[in-house]
Design a protein around this ligand. Structure first.
Ligand SMILES: Cc1cc2nc3c(=O)[nH]c(=O)nc-3n(C[C@H](O)[C@H](O)[C@H](O)COP(=O)(O)O)c2cc1C
Ligand code: SF4
Length: 433
């Protein structure tokens, strides 16, 4: 964990941190008790709105503002879904929470369910997460047995059931509307909006979908109060963030940082710098769908959404990839485009055709049959997706492509002209492929 940081989410992990007994020994479920006995639904929602908590799933939308759309007097069932799909390459911080703090998610979801008048809540967990699923399932069973889920929770007359729904390994099922159609038992296609999911979501009912980390913040916010929460982080981006860092980094892992933490401090002090003494070439800040930033660009940047956005990228889902000098960006983009092509659900023409087209072009370049005109073509294809697709995947793949081409075009030109990588024979080049 990052030094001198006000930790809100993480704690020293033991072999039993995920169990109810240990969670309760640390004060677990006391905030839920306080909320159910001392606060109205409205007061909880107001506190979350006042906290300024932003979603941690990628889009950084304010949690309280999303909740505010739910009309509590509409007489309809409302649903709550925790998004535990975590399919964005480079991101593995929700997995940390699910494995080590599943009761924190359950307690937070119960607080949200109380505020939003939800009787049935869901966790949508990616199919490949066998270990996290086992931990979460165990925690749900413990919670039912202890009267913390189901009817008359804590003997206080509040009812809420929690169902874990396991995905089947599709990236687009992490997109909020794809997730809903998947829970409904259909093919997990994202769907057009409006209507917003908070108006017509799961089974056509008002539905709130929040990321696991976003939701897990609620226990802390309702415990310390919105005002104290806002003192952590920056004025526009309160709180801490879980950053999962991987790539050519000496100490990869999940780090909790206070928003506004110096980027270089995380990489060099906390993560021990780059592996084998290599130099940093660039960073993918928040999952591969965010634009690459060079080492020079992050030199004086802090890990704050606004600063990163001003630098032309985003902290996205907090999945940071540190890339060493000597890494071939052509091979890196090839891996990324293979992924996007494979994951496109095929509903939108620019995404379905565009991803295949981009993938074929980069394969052609790598095979030594590329032309310089291909590079402009790749930019044009990427931009065709911008705002023209049902979900954000088409845009994201385009941003990643345009971002890499804008900063490392010389490596692509070298490959096209010399029919080989600028870094051929380099260990780092092999590592990235
Ligand atoms: C292709 C695609 C995949 C996504 N995958 C995830 C995911 O795995 N987990 C997640 O929390 N959000 C994911 N999102 C974002 C969700 O659509 C949604 O914005 C988020 O779950 C809302 O939670 P938050 O407001 O708490 O961040 C994805 C979006 C897109 C376009
Ligand atoms: S943008 Fe791509 S992944 Fe998203 S709905 Fe359209 S085709 Fe499917």
């Amino acid at each position: 964990m990052a030094k001198d940081t006000k930790l809100l989410m993480t704690f020293p992990v033991t072999a039993t941190s995920h169990l109810l007994e240990e969670y309760r020994a640390r004060g677990g479920y006391q905030v839920l008790h306080k909320v159910l006995t001392q606060m109205t639904r409205d007061a909880v929602a107001k506190e979350v709105l006042a906290s300024g908590l932003q979603g941690r799933g990628g889009a950084a939308f304010a949690v309280g503002r999303k909740w505010a759309v739910i009309n509590l007097d509409d007489g309809q069932p409302h649903y709550l879904c925790a998004n535990a799909d975590e399919g964005e390459p480079g991101t593995f911080k929700d997995r940390w929470l699910l494995e080590n703090a599943p009761h924190r998610l359950i307690e937070s979801m119960l607080i949200a369910a109380y505020a939003l008048q939800v009787r049935n809540a869901f966790v949508y967990i990616r199919g490949e997460f066998e270990g996290p699923y086992q931990r979460l399932q165990g925690a749900v069973e413990e919670a039912y047995a202890a009267g913390l889920l189901g009817k008359n929770i804590l003997g206080l007359g509040f009812d809420c059931d929690l169902v874990i729904y396991r995905g089947a390994g599709s990236y687009v099922c992490g997109e909020a509307s794809g997730l809903i159609t998947s829970i409904e038992g259909k093919r997990g296609y994202p769907r057009n909006r409006p209507p917003r999911l908070t108006v017509k979501g799961l089974f056509q009912r008002p539905t709130v979908i929040n990321n696991v980390e976003s939701l897990s913040n609620l226990v802390g916010i309702l415990d310390m109060g919105a005002e104290a929460f806002r003192k952590v982080g920056t004025a526009k981006n309160p709180g801490t963030r879980l950053i999962s860092i991987s790539g050519h980094i000496a100490k990869p892992g999940v780090y909790e940082i206070e928003v506004g933490y110096p980027w270089k401090r995380l990489i060099y002090d906390d993560c021990g710098g780059m592996m084998d003494g290599a130099s940093l070439k660039c960073v993918i800040p928040g999952g591969i769908s965010t634009k690459v930033l060079t080492a020079a660009e992050i030199e004086n940047l802090n890990l704050d959404n606004n600063e990163v956005e001003a630098a032309g990228s985003s902290l996205g889902s907090g999945g940071m990839v540190a890339i060493a000098e000597g890494t071939c960006m052509v091979r890196l983009l090839q891996v990324m485009l293979r992924f996007y092509h494979h994951e496109s659900c095929g509903q939108c023409t620019p995404c379905r055709e565009g991803m295949g087209w981009l993938h074929r072009i980069i394969d052609r370049i790598v095979a030594g049959q590329g032309q310089l005109e291909d590079l402009d073509m790749m930019v044009r294809i990427s931009k065709l997706n911008d705002g023209n697709t049902i979900c954000g995947m088409g845009d994201a793949a385009g941003y990643a492509t345009v971002g890499i081409l804008a900063k490392y075009r010389d490596e692509f030109e070298y490959w096209i002209e010399n029919k080989r990588s600028k870094y051929e024979g380099n260990l780092e080049c092999r590592r990235s492929s």
